[in-house]
Design a protein around this ligand. Structure first.
Ligand code: SF4
Length: 66
């Protein structure tokens, strides 16, 4: 019984650390810039009619602003 409690305590601690690291890394991986459209030169109503705008994460028409 006591070893079972120890097992679940350690398992819970490892899961909590893994979750914290995942959230931390996800925030740093995304960074301040969240969408391609934010610095795309077509990010306006006239130049882009894609439904993904302004929240595209992947776009073959993306062109960086110069
Ligand atoms: S071309 Fe793609 S990346 Fe650029 S604004 Fe349109 S949807 Fe966003």
């Amino acid at each position: 019984m006591e070893s079972s409690l120890l097992y679940w305590t350690i398992t819970g601690a490892v899961a909590a650390v893994a979750l914290a690291l995942t959230v931390y890394n996800a925030n740093h991986w995304i960074g301040d810039k969240r969408y391609l459209c934010e610095d795309c030169k077509f990010n306006n109503d006239q130049d882009c009619h894609k439904p993904e705008r302004p929240t595209a994460l992947d776009c073959t028409a993306y062109r960086a602003q110069s």
